[in-house]
Design a protein around this ligand. Structure first.
Ligand SMILES: NC(=O)c1ccc[n+]([C@@H]2O[C@H](COP(=O)([O-])OP(=O)(O)OC[C@H]3O[C@@H](n4cnc5c(N)ncnc54)[C@H](OP(=O)(O)O)[C@@H]3O)[C@@H](O)[C@H]2O)c1
Length: 275
């Protein structure tokens, strides 16, 4: 398949995907296995990662190394980074994430710090570690998971949105900085995507039904945009929201509307923060 050959030529033989056991990460793993890349898949010990690895080996005939651990632990991040000494890792998808929805001062601090470590610190460290090897080979690709909330600075998911603004900024800057080195970098900003994280957040699926995308569509679109644009928002509605809320509307109005939209889609906040 031309697409497969082209992909392996651009990115080499192995890809690392974090948060790979479920949702968007599992969709990336499937899409990359279908392109013939061998995989290093990373997720929490409690996750069904080995079952996915087994299925991808059987279906696509690729090698899959499953690594379980907690990416908020810097020692585990280094263990994942050490895969660069064992394999030619030409593609990194830093996808593992946790959604923390709720009034900032009511959410406990510890999980918010964990989100900071996972979304920012782990993504930074893996990008640096694998990026150096990619530069030496003059080829590679890096996808950092952001979110549409990164453009909106959405109230009621304030810390989550702020960490996702970090990955958006890092990826966009590196898109320009590393393209001369043969490395493609993309910030992927999914809108609502049908995953355990979204469905577990108590979103009103009826109200959101025209916005919700499937993980595989999102992963395929991201891979198609890698190397073509610094960031990609995965639905037309969310692209419009990013433009309006993030660029065109006055900041005070866009923050008020972003807060109202959370209250519209998440019934648990309907009566909270009236104003
Ligand atoms: N779904 C959406 O609507 C949406 C929208 C915007 C952005 N995103 C972003 O897209 C990415 C994937 O989200 P998703 O919806 O596919 O989430 P998901 O279904 O919850 O999958 C994320 C995976 O990451 C794992 N993970 C969580 N914490 C980890 C840690 N400390 N170390 C290693 N693995 C960890 C999760 O394990 P557990 O399940 O055991 O926690 C899970 O397997 C995230 O970065 C998220 O912020 C998603």
């Amino acid at each position: 398949m031309a697409d497969t050959d082209d992909f392996r030529r651009r990115y080499g033989t192995h890809a690392v995907v974090t948060g790979a056991a479920a949702g968007i990460g599992a969709a990336f793993a499937e899409s990359l296995a279908a392109r013939g890349l061998h995989l290093v898949l990373v997720d929490l010990p409690s996750s069904p990662l080995e079952a996915l690895a087994e299925r991808l080996r059987a279906t696509h005939g690729v090698e899959v190394h499953a690594m379980t651990g907690d990416l908020t632990d810097p020692a585990f991040v280094e263990a994942v980074a050490a895969m660069r000494d064992r394999h030619e890792v030409g593609l990194l998808v830093s996808n593992a994430g946790i959604a923390l929805l709720g009034p900032f001062l009511d959410l406990p601090l510890e999980p918010q710090l964990a989100a900071l470590d996972l979304h920012c610190r782990a993504s930074l460290a893996l990008t640096h570690r694998f990026g150096q090897r990619m530069r030496a080979r003059k080829r590679g690709g890096i996808v950092l998971l952001s979110s549409n909330s990164a453009f909106l600075h959405t109230p009621l998911i304030a810390n989550y949105a702020a960490t996702k603004a970090y990955t958006l900024a890092l990826a966009e800057a590196l898109y320009e900085e590393l393209r001369g080195e043969g490395i493609d970098v993309l910030a992927l900003a999914p809108g609502m995507t049908r995953t355990n994280a979204l469905l577990g957040s108590n979103v009103d699926v009826g109200r959101a039904k025209y916005l919700i995308r499937e993980p595989r569509e999102v992963a395929e679109e991201a891979l198609a945009h890698l190397g073509k644009t610094p960031s990609y928002v995965s639905s037309a509605g969310d692209r419009l929201a990013a433009l309006l809320f993030g660029r065109l509307l006055p900041k005070k109005l866009s923050l008020t509307l972003a807060k109202q939209s959370v209250r519209y889609f998440y019934p648990q906040f309907k009566d909270r923060l009236e104003s």
